[in-house]
Design a protein around this ligand. Structure first.
Ligand code: CP3
Length: 353
């Protein structure tokens, strides 16, 4: 049962006494416990065992004192269920040996029935629902980012094969986007029915598109996805990196919360998305490799900007790096809680006097 609903309140832009905090990749290799589990099991191996997967999801919850848990999984897990096998290579990322490049490849993609194709994911969520007292965030990859892995066959900097398909064969691109949209909607609906209290779409690489291309090639798909989830009444979060110039358009996606990276200051992002959505972010994960006073200084700037409007969730601008010390993240969580509580109280007193 959820006892601490701070995260959900902030997603809905309701008043909070302190800012909620969670971290992308909060379960991962920076944790000695995770590294020990990884000596025996692969990432996919962990995901296939609901008890172990729930245990990994829980690792950072007590340890860091965060206000939300995120399902331990990977954006590639449902891609396997679409009939596209992948490997996750250490320090590289997902690799697909038979990439999706032609219209026939797209036609061959299997439709995903989450209950029968991904039962272990849903079982993990059911176990977590019984254990957690904070909200659980379910997630999927965004359509552009999933398409990029499927088309390139490996992590890519420029996404040229992906853009090549978009420009050269817009019909096949659209068919791929439609397939991904229906998978994402079905998968996210199943996660919410199993017990997820919010959904985040990780479209990490969509920031490589110009605003015009985002509008033409991705925005309609994002609108379809969020429209297909709206009736669930859970917060819908859309996250990407290097999205500064896309942000004005992101309010048209139907997202309730927009996740930003550190390249866009919070006040700039706020001006671009308006006041009808919540914001989430955005400490540079690399700052955690520096000394504590520098971490604190940067966190203070984010909190000061974040509390100017209702609806702010403190996070990093991308995932926790594997070189980070657990202790830095513990300290950061505590600092953001205490500092934001003090600043929000000051604001309330300022307003009432
Ligand atoms: O946030 C969490 O704690 C939940 C777990 C989670 C993982 N991947 C586990 C994981 C989440 C939300 C993801 C999402 C994901 N996966 C994204 C979107 C977010 C982002 O980081 O941009 C992307 C692009 C992927 C694809 C992927 N999987 C990459 C690029 C890598 C990194 C390769 C590396 O070695 O750094 C992975 C592997 C992966 N997924 C790891 C974890 C903890 C690290 C390797 C491992 O533990 O085996």
């Amino acid at each position: 049962m959820i006892e601490n609903d701070l995260f959900l309140r902030a997603c809905r832009r309701q008043p909070v006494d302190r800012l909620p905090v969670w971290y992308m990749r909060q379960a991962g290799r920076y944790q000695p416990e995770y590294r020990r589990i990884k000596e025996r099991y692969s990432l996919v191996g962990i995901c296939e065992q609901p008890e172990l997967c729930a245990q990994v999801t829980m690792l950072p919850v007590q340890q860091l004192g965060v206000d939300a848990a995120i399902l331990f999984s990977d954006i590639m897990i449902p891609v396997g269920a679409m009939g596209v096998p992948f490997d996750i290579e250490a320090d590289r990322g997902p690799v697909i040996h038979r990439p999706v490049r032609t219209q026939d490849d797209v036609r061959r993609l299997a439709e995903v029935d989450p209950e029968s194709d991904l039962p272990h994911v849903l079982e993990t969520i059911r176990l977590l629902r019984d254990q957690l007292t904070i909200p659980l965030i379910g997630f999927a990859g965004g359509p552009f980012t999933l398409a990029s892995y499927m088309i390139e066959g490996a992590p890519s900097r420029e996404h040229l094969l992906t853009k090549g398909m978009m420009y050269r064969d817009p019909q096949t691109w659209r068919q791929l986007m439609d397939r991904l949209a229906s998978m994402i909607v079905a998968y996210m609906r199943a996660q919410v029915h199993a017990g997820a209290s919010a959904i985040q779409i990780f479209d990490s690489w969509v920031g490589c598109l110009s605003p015009e291309d985002f509008r033409d090639y991705v925005l309609p798909t994002m609108q379809t996805i969020f429209a297909g989830l709206k009736d669930l009444r859970v917060p819908l979060i859309y996250f990407g990196v290097t999205t500064a110039d896309l942000l004005p358009m992101w309010r048209e996606t139907g997202a309730d919360v927009i996740g930003i990276d550190w390249r866009t200051p919070v006040h700039t992002a706020r001006a671009r998305v308006g006041n009808d959505v919540a914001l989430q972010g955005n400490l540079d994960p690399a700052v955690l490799l520096g000394p504590w006073p520098e971490v604190e200084r940067r966190a203070r700037v984010i909190v000061d900007a974040g509390i100017q409007q209702p609806g702010f969730i403190f996070n990093l601008g991308h995932g926790v790096l594997k070189m980070v010390e657990v202790d830095q993240l513990q300290r950061l969580t505590r600092f953001v809680h205490e500092y934001s509580e003090q600043k929000l109280a000051e604001r309330r007193e300022g307003k009432s006097s």
